[in-house]
Design a protein around this ligand. Structure first.
Ligand code: ATP
Ligand code: MG
Ligand code: FE
Length: 343
């Protein structure tokens, strides 16, 4: 079984062909960096137009590189939300048109389910597992009971983790997107130099908050000599990243207890979404799960941030359970995982 997957929910125009045994036959990602860099963030209207400009070439490249023809593709999947709606409509419409012309089923994919199930494409992960989903727009802890089966244990009450990384990068003049740049800068920094807040740490529950941390970073940067020195910059980045890791580990500790109470056999924590690419955060959570006799699984770096393979795979997981969608499937700007129907 082979699925073509299309992703256009943010600023990556992406397409991939994936097989049921987990082989990624092609995975083409066009990042619209040049389009958005002048504005220091993703501009929705520009993103939608850029998807329109690039989608045809990206899909063609994914099909060409896969080495298989339409005769061996079983269905076409696309992100139908959540995300920037103009972009979502571009990808979903192209996918529906291709499916219609090639006489293939269409599978509507929740972008967050794409992040959530990527671990099953690359690793041997069985349901149920505990998921820390940390991306540019979302920060949630969920129990993944199956395809379409999500129970939310906690979520951010303000900013997403990726957003906090991006804003910190902006305050440090590190450009966009900020996560990788902050991680890089933190490597030569002292994580104990600035005593930044750890919001909600030590409290019961598994919710997060990052807006106070963001404000503290701003105040810290404003008090430093301008222009900022390389060492000050590295120390702020390292102190910020340490605060985030502390908060995530603290919240996960509570979530693991709740997960274990419900599923004593569950032994896997999965980190997914763009922030899962962060090695310091991965290492911190691995240390936590090692102590608790669990394992931490995270996708390979290039499958953490948005890509077509994760959408093809989530589509495949639905399709092999007998699910597909009509060409009237709607596109949604919001689509929380825990409101999905079990597949
Ligand atoms: P969502 O999935 O919530 O709709 P999105 O698709 O825009 O949001 P992703 O592509 O999953 O988000 O992730 C992008 C985010 O991940 C950005 O905020 C980026 O800064 C962050 N990120 C990427 N790499 C790293 C890293 N190494 N360390 C920390 N953050 C990172
Ligand atoms: Mg992006
Ligand atoms: Fe994403």
């Amino acid at each position: 079984m082979h699925i073509l997957g299309i992703e256009t929910s943010c600023d990556e125009t992406a397409a991939a062909v994936v097989a049921a045994d987990g082989t990624i036959l092609s995975n083409v990602v066009f990042s619209q960096l040049d389009e958005h860099t002048p504005y220091g963030g993703v501009v929705p209207e520009i993103a939608a137009r850029a998807h329109l400009d690039h989608i045809e070439a990206v899909v063609k490249a994914a099909l060409d590189q896969s080495g298989i023809g339409w005769d061996r593709i079983d269905a076409v999947a696309a992100t139908t939300g959540p995300g920037l709606i103009g972009g979502v409509i571009v990808g979903a419409t192209v996918a529906k048109a291709l499916a219609m012309v090639q006489d293939k089923p269409f599978v509507a994919v929740n972008h967050l389910e794409g992040h959530a199930l990527t671990c099953r494409l690359t690793d041997d992960v069985a349901f149920p597992y505990l998921l820390l989903l940390v991306s540019g727009g979302h920060s949630q802890i969920l129990i993944v009971g199956g395809v379409g089966r999500y129970k939310r244990l906690g979520s951010t009450i303000d900013d997403a983790v990726g957003e906090a990384f991006d804003k910190t990068a902006k305050m440090l003049g590190l450009g966009f997107p900020g996560g990788p740049a902050v991680e890089q800068a933190a490597k030569s920094g002292d994580p104990t130099r600035f005593d930044l807040p750890r919001p909600l740490m030590g409290r019961p529950g598994a919710d997060f908050s990052f807006s106070g941390l963001k404000t503290a970073v701003r105040n810290t940067v404003e008090r430093l000599p301008d222009p900022i020195t390389d060492q000050d910059l590295a120390d702020v980045a390292a102190s910020f990243q340490a605060a985030v890791a502390d908060v995530l580990a603290d919240r996960m500790k509570n979530a693991i207890a709740e997960f274990r109470a419900a599923h004593p056999e569950g032994d896997t924590l999965v980190i997914a979404g763009g922030v899962a690419a962060n090695q310091a955060i991965r290492a911190r959570l691995s240390t936590l799960t090692d102590k608790l006799n669990m394992r931490t699984v995270a996708p390979p770096l290039k499958l953490c941030t948005d890509n077509g393979a994760m959408i093809a795979w989530a589509g495949l997981e639905r399709f092999r359970l007998g699910k597909s969608d009509g060409f009237d499937a709607v596109c949604r700007p919001r689509w929380p995982l825990d409101t999905m129907e079990p597949a």
